[in-house]
Design a protein around this ligand. Structure first.
Ligand code: GLN
Length: 295
């Protein structure tokens, strides 16, 4: 079993180095990849945390005393995970699934939690610089990102989807060829489209890409599933629809990132994610914010 895993890892490394670095985010052999990468990530994190659930929990209990403050970095332009609420959110003006998770982590650990809102592209650099302690931003765990930061175990599964105007002839990813494709800069959706070999325009923010689609300049926007649903709901009357291609767009997993080697925080966050997954907190938040998004 262990040998098998090592072999898989070795194969993955070989592919990464030999082929395309971002393969894991959006591989062409997508359909067979997600289960393996899920196992690997969960196993690896469980091993880090002490192999068993109870060991992970006690590690967190031991270290939690030392964690009295967590500065989370995010990009609050990714509903339903993080957005600014004029009427007040989970943490100050910041609301969404991730923000509610961050708030709960703070309460459970007895740590003061604050949010540093910045560009998505700057998050990992800010983490490495020590400007923030952790990134919670609907961020997909990728091999490329794992080279510079450490990720917790996954807390949410997503996939890339295509948003089109009803009637546009796109039924699968390959149909995007020759169309005007919009992505958001630095998102895994950009990597996916790049890997498919298509030209695209990248926008700084999701709503800008959606506006370009509504205005008829772009034919398709490639973005994460839950966020796509939110944008479609928010623009009812514009005839936007979501098209999926599970063969070309691999399943993605969101994780919280910490600075490489910050195992005290990593273990505490892993124990929290494990708890919030087991007791249904995260699933409930996902439901709650998805419902809110439909209003
Ligand atoms: N999941 C995508 C990524 O990691 C988009 C995340 C985001 O925009 N917050 O690139």
């Amino acid at each position: 079993m262990k040998v098998m895993k090592m072999m898989k890892k070795a194969t993955a490394l070989f592919l990464t180095v030999g082929m395309i670095i971002s393969l894991a985010a959006c591989g062409s052999s997508a359909s067979s990849q997600p289960a393996e990468s899920t196992d690997k990530t969960a196993d690896a994190q469980a091993a880090d945390a002490g192999t068993t659930t109870s060991a992970a929990a006690s590690t967190a209990a031991e270290t939690s005393a030392a964690i009295d403050k967590i500065v989370f970095g995010t990009n609050a332009e990714f509903p339903p995970f993080e957005f600014i609420s004029s009427t007040g959110g989970a943490i100050g003006e910041f609301d969404g699934i991730d923000m509610a998770i961050a708030k709960q982590i703070g309460e459970d650990l007895g740590a003061e939690v604050s949010i540093n809102n910045m560009e998505f592209d700057s998050l990992l650099i800010a983490l490495q610089n020590g400007q923030i302690d952790a990134v919670i931003a609907g961020m997909t765990i990728t091999d490329e990102r794992k080279e510079s930061v450490d990720f917790t175990m996954p807390y949410y599964n997503a996939t890339q989807v295509m948003i089109i105007k009803e009637g546009t002839e796109i039924q699968k990813a390959a149909d995007m060829e020759g169309k005007n494709i919009a992505v958001i800069q630095g998102y895994t959706g950009e990597t996916c489209v790049k890997d498919l070999g298509f030209d695209y325009v990248s926008f700084k923010k999701g709503p800008d890409a959606i506006m370009d689609l509504i205005n008829g300049k772009s034919d398709v926007v490639v973005i994460d599933s839950a966020t796509a649903q939110k944008y479609v709901n928010d623009n009812a009357g514009q005839n936007l629809v979501i098209v999926e291609d599970n063969e070309k767009f691999a399943s993605e997993e969101y994780g919280i990132a910490v600075k490489k080697g910050n195992t005290a925080l990593l273990n505490a966050l892993n124990a929290e994610i494990e708890k919030m997954t087991a007791d249904g907190t995260i699933a409930n938040l996902a439901d709650q914010y998805a419902v809110a998004a439909e209003e």
